[in-house]
Design a protein around this ligand. Structure first.
Ligand SMILES: [Cu+2]
Length: 125
């Protein structure tokens, strides 16, 4: 086969592989659920804050902070990943006074990308 013919066949094949494989082989984590939920108003302080991603995240470098309206961090600095569900992380909080809180998180996806985000919830008895 002449070289130009081979190139014509291989180039599109390589391109297709390059376009498709990162998506199918590696997962980029996104937050899909939380408790309390984003913008939720709850009548009682939660005991912990739970986050669920669409796929398992790495155990390293995970962070979850709960910050009150004055900017003070109020969670117990004890973020953990569920042993049975790698997509689930949680951190405990002391009894939260009424007010609006911001949850900030950072995790590393299986594809090694760092995912950060934040959302708020309100405690209003
Ligand atoms: Cu990614």
């Amino acid at each position: 086969m002449p070289k130009s013919v081979i190139t014509k066949i291989i180039k599109p094949a390589l391109l297709a592989t390059a376009l498709l494989s990162p998506l199918s082989a590696w997962a980029h984590a996104i937050l899909v659920k939380s408790q309390p939920a984003k913008d939720e108003t709850i009548t009682e302080s939660p005991k912990q804050v739970d986050l669920w991603f669409n796929d398992a995240v790495r155990s390293e470098y995970k962070a979850l902070a709960v910050i009150d309206a004055s900017g003070k961090r109020v969670d117990n600095h004890d973020v953990e990943q569920s042993l049975t569900d790698g997509s689930h992380i949680h951190a405990s909080v002391p009894t939260l006074a009424p007010g609006t809180y911001t949850v900030r998180y950072r995790v590393v996806s299986e594809d090694t990308h760092i995912v950060t985000g934040k959302f708020q919830f309100t405690v209003k008895p």
